[in-house]
Design a protein. Structure first.
Ligand code: AMP
Ligand code: GLY
Length: 442
């Protein structure tokens, strides 16, 4: 690693606290711990993977126990709190901690609206001239259905609020779209569905550009792609993500420059105009249209999962330096982010039945063997039961490997996956099929 981002002397040692319990949080804790400057990580509540990391321990508090988290951070001299999931951000964890002089990586409640309200986010995009699908917002079913009838299918129906990734219907037929509207106003998503955004269907390839920002400067991380659908060939129900890889060659250097000037920079400026000091991750979910133009499908206020499990192993700049620079609003003074050459791929192992109902408690074997191949096994939904690690979620593990090419990274990841077993383990065998044979992406 060169001297990129070396601010030793400026920062000193840091104890960090990571909020969340998924593969994203395991990957964040793992990456932070690679820096000698990080003396300890506390994960709230963490999972079986974070429990096993050296210099890391789990603290059994809920992610929305702001008071408990603040008290712990103050008493234990925590120098950085990193918030993984959107829910606590949308509920104002960053505001709560910042008011108590605790350094936080993650936007305020006002900033998190970019994810917690699709209508708010669309409005911001419109105001900033950010390319996105044409959309209308409705607060009752009748006018929404009339609008659907004028537009026809395919069309996309979205619950306005946070719905754990289940609020979006990409409707191939008008009747599917009408059912989605009726389900939302019928209460399927609770308060999140009391407003509905109906938007133009976009075709093309999706990509995730996660950018770090201190509210003034915004810099993209290595671009990634994930596979949202459960079935091979990108078919079947939408999930949180069944695999990811980076840096995707779909986002060329020229396209990234356009994304910077047409999407990221205008978004930060529009947030500033609304008086929002946004520090953390701005995640642009993009559709690259068949004409090669980037259009925003959604913004998120946090790291993508599993994307970050493929991005972090490539990042050479110490992660805490980037995060502290964002939290302390000095990202503009940080040297350019340094990246390892080559590629990374992450394969998600899920419990049978996911994203529907699934069982828990199955013992998992082979994690050590998988890691002995050089891969990283990030725990998404596991817990420790005595000495045994058992499945405890729909997405159970994310297995990431790096390689000089996508071909190598993908094959290394599958090689590691083949060491792991638990009853009913399911994973897609075609992760990265679009980029196999395209070299390394950089
Ligand atoms: P969102 O929660 O807004 O990211 O939507 C979830 C998924 O639905 C996206 O990752 C896309 O695969 C799909 N999607 C959302 N909006 C559109 C759109 N306007 N056109 C096509 N697909 C979409
Ligand atoms: N992998 C998609 C997301 O994190 O929203």
């Amino acid at each position: 690693m060169g001297c990129a981002g070396d601010l030793s002397g400026v920062i000193g040692t840091v104890k960090a606290l990571v909020v969340g319990s998924g593969g994203r949080e395991h990957a964040l804790a793992w990456r932070l711990l690679q820096s000698k400057r990080i003396t300890e990580i506390i994960c709230v509540p963490g999972n079986g993977g974070t429990a096993a990391l050296e210099r890391c321990r789990n603290l059994p508090l809920a992610v929305d126990d702001f008071e408990g988290i603040a008290r712990f951070a103050l008493v234990n001299n925590i120098g950085l709190v990193v918030v993984g999931p959107e829910q606590p951000l949308a509920e104002g964890i960053a505001d709560y901690l910042t008011e108590r002089n605790i350094t936080v990586f993650g936007p305020t409640k006002a900033g998190a609206q970019i994810e917690s309200s699709k209508a708010w986010s669309k409005d911001l995009m419109r105001e900033a001239g950010i390319p996105t699908a044409e959309a209308e917002v409705f607060s009752e079913a009748e006018s929404a259905i009339k609008y659907l009838q004028t537009k026809g299918a395919p069309i996309v129906v979205k619950a306005d609020g946070l719905a754990a990734g289940k609020g979006v219907t990409v409707a191939a037929t008008l009747s599917e779209a009408i059912s989605a509207v009726e389900a939302a106003f019928g209460g399927q998503f609770g308060a999140a569905g009391q407003r509905v955004v109906i938007e133009e269907y976009l075709s093309g390839q999706e990509a995730s550009v996660l950018a770090v920002t201190d509210g003034l400067t915004i810099r993209p991380l290595a671009p990634a792609q994930d596979h949202k659908q459960i079935g091979e060939g990108d078919t079947g129900a939408n999930t949180g993500g069944m695999g990811a890889y980076a840096p995707t060659p779909v986002i060329t250097a020229d396209l990234m420059e356009r994304i910077q000037t047409e999407v990221l920079q205008p978004a930060i400026e529009a947030l500033q105009q609304r008086g929002i000091d946004y520090r953390g991750i701005l995640y642009a979910g993009l559709m690259i249209t068949p004409q090669g133009d980037p259009k925003v499908v959604e913004f998120n206020c946090r790291f993508g999962d599993p994307e970050i499990q493929a991005v972090l192993p490539l990042l050479e700049t110490p992660l805490e330096e980037v995060m502290l620079a964002c939290a302390q609003q000095r990202l503009g003074t940080l040297p350019p982010l340094a990246w390892r050459s080559g590629a990374a791929a992450c394969i998600v192992l899920a419990a049978q039945g996911y994203p529907g109902s699934y069982s828990k408690g199955m013992p998992i074997t082979g994690i050590d063997q998988a890691e002995s191949t050089g891969a990283y096994v990030f725990h998404a939904g596991t817990k420790k039961q005595g000495e045994q690690t058992v499945a405890n979620g729909g997405r159970v593990l994310g297995v990431t490997a790096i390689g000089d090419t996508f071909e190598a990274a993908i094959s290394n990841a599958y090689n590691a996956v083949s060491c792991i077993e638990f009853e009913g383990a399911y994973y897609r065998r075609d992760i990265g099929y679009r980029v196999k044979g395209t070299g390394s992406g950089n």
